[in-house]
Design a protein around this ligand. Structure first.
Ligand code: FDA
Length: 315
C-alpha cells in the first residue's frame, strides 16, 4: 500500500511542486543523490573509485515534455561523458529514454540517443539504458535493437525481474550478446504484467541471474574493462544479500571468474556491503545520480523502503 502511494507521488506534479521545494526533502534525497551539479557527481565517483568501486553516472531526468528539453538533456549527458573523461574517473553513463524524448517521438529520441552513443564511442565508453515502467518496455527494447542495427556496440539495457516477460526478453538479448543489468524493478505494475509477490520476484531474479551467468560463460566471459567503463555481460543490480549470495554460489559452481560479473548498487545504500564485495575480489559498480530533477528518483527509493522516511527526517 505504501509502495503504491509513494509511486503515485513520484509521478504527481502537484506533489513534486510542493516537496521539491522543501529544503529538508532535499536533505533527505541527498543520501541517495550525489548533488545538483556534474561536479558533485564526479566528486562522489572519485571517492568510490578510491575504494575500488566503479560507477555509472546518471544525469537525473525523465518524461521530458518538449523537444528543446529533450535536446538539452542529451547535451547534458554528453557533458557528463566529458566530465568523466576530464576527471579520469572509472565510470560509464546511465540514461533514461523518456528523458531524451521517447514520450514525444521515436525519431527525436533516436537522434538524441545517437548523439550520446557517438560521444560514448569517442571515449571508448558505454551507455546503459535504464528500464522505466511497463508502458515503455517494448519501445525501450526496440530502440536498443535499432541502435545495435546502426552499429553501436557500446550500449546495454536493464531487465526487471518482476515482469513476467523478462525471462523471454533475456533469451533474445543474450542471443545477441547484449550487456545486461538485472534488477527487481522499481515501478508499480499490474499483476497482469508483473509478479505481485516478492518471493516470486526473488525466484525469477535468481533464475534470470543464472541465465546471465550461463551466457557470460558461453561468450568467453568478457571481463570488466581495466578503466571501469565497459561492463561485463552480467550486471547484478540488487542490495539483497540472498540474491547476491545465490549469484556468487552459482557463478562459482559454473566456473565464472569474479571479474566477469559485477554487482551493482545505488549510491547511499548498503555501502558496507559494496566494500565487502570488493574485498572478496568482486567487481562493484555504484549508480551515481546527480541533477536538479531528483524528486521522482527519491520517491522511488522511499517507495522501496518507506520506513527510511523516519530515519531520514531531520530531528
Ligand atoms: P529489495 O528491495 O528486496 O531490498 C533488499 C535489501 O536492500 C533491503 O532489505 C535493504 O537492506 C536494502 N535496501 C533496498 N532498498 C533500500 C533503500 N531504498 N534504502 C535502504 N536500504 C535499502 N529499477 C528499474 O525499474 N529500472 C532500472 O533501470 C533500475 N536501475 C537500477 C540500477 C541499480 C544499480 C540498482 C541497484 C537498482 C536499479 N533499479 C532499477 C532499482 C531496482 O529495481 C530496485 O527497485 C531496488 O534496487 C531495490 O531492490 P533490491 O534488489 O535492492 O531488493
Amino acid at each position: 500500500m505504501f509502495r503504491s502511494f509513494f509511486s503515485y507521488l513520484a509521478k504527481a506534479a502537484w506533489a513534486r511542486n510542493i516537496v521539491a521545494n522543501w529544503s529538508f526533502a532535499w536533505k533527505m534525497a541527498s543520501r541517495f543523490v550525489a548533488g545538483q551539479t556534474l561536479a558533485d557527481g564526479i566528486q562522489v565517483i572519485k571517492s568510490l573509485n578510491d575504494l575500488g568501486i566503479n560507477a555509472t553516472l546518471d544525469h537525473l531526468g525523465e518524461n521530458t515534455d518538449s523537444p528543446e528539453k529533450a535536446r538539452r538533456a542529451a547535451m547534458d549527458i554528453v557533458q557528463a561523458f566529458e566530465g568523466i573523461e576530464t576527471a579520469g574517473v572509472r565510470a560509464n553513463v546511465s540514461i533514461k529514454l523518456t528523458q531524451i524524448g521517447m514520450g514525444i517521438s521515436s525519431e527525436l529520441c533516436l537522434e538524441n540517443l545517437k548523439l550520446i552513443l557517438e560521444k560514448a564511442r569517442s571515449y571508448n565508453s558505454f551507455v546503459r539504458i535504464d528500464m522505466e515502467d511497463s508502458t515503455v518496455t517494448q519501445k525501450t527494447l526496440d530502440m536498443l535493437f535499432t541502435a545495435r542495427q546502426l552499429g553501436y556496440e557500446n550500449v546495454g539495457i536493464v531487465i526487471q525481474a518482476y515482469l513476467y516477460r523478462s525471462e523471454e526478453d533475456l533469451h533474445k538479448l543474450l542471443g545477441d550478446c547484449f550487456k545486461i543489468r538485472l534488477c527487481k524493478g522499481a515501478y508499480t505494475e499490474s499483476s497482469h504484467l508483473a509478479f505481485p509477490k516478492m518471493k516470486d520476484i526473488d525466484a525469477n531474479y535468481d533464475r534470470c541471474a543464472s541465465l546471465l551467468i550461463d551466457a557470460s560463460l558461453a561468450n568467453d566471459c568478457p571481463r570488466v574493462s581495466a578503466d571501469g567503463k565497459i561492463p561485463p555481460v552480467s550486471g547484478l543490480a540488487t542490495h539483497d544479500s540472498k540474491r547476491i549470495d545465490f549469484a556468487k554460489q552459482y557463478a562459482q559452481k559454473m566456473g565464472l571468474p569474479r571479474d566477469a560479473m559485477e554487482f551493482q548498487m545505488l549510491n547511499g545504500i548498503r555501502k558496507e556491503l559494496q566494500e565487502q564485495l570488493v574485498k572478496e575480489g568482486y567487481r562493484v559498480r555504484v549508480y551515481v545520480p546527480y541533477g536538479t530533477e531528483w524528486y521522482p528518483y527519491f520517491m522511488r527509493r522511499i517507495a522501496e523502503r518507506p520506513a527510511d522516511l523516519w530515519f531520514l527526517l531531520p530531528r
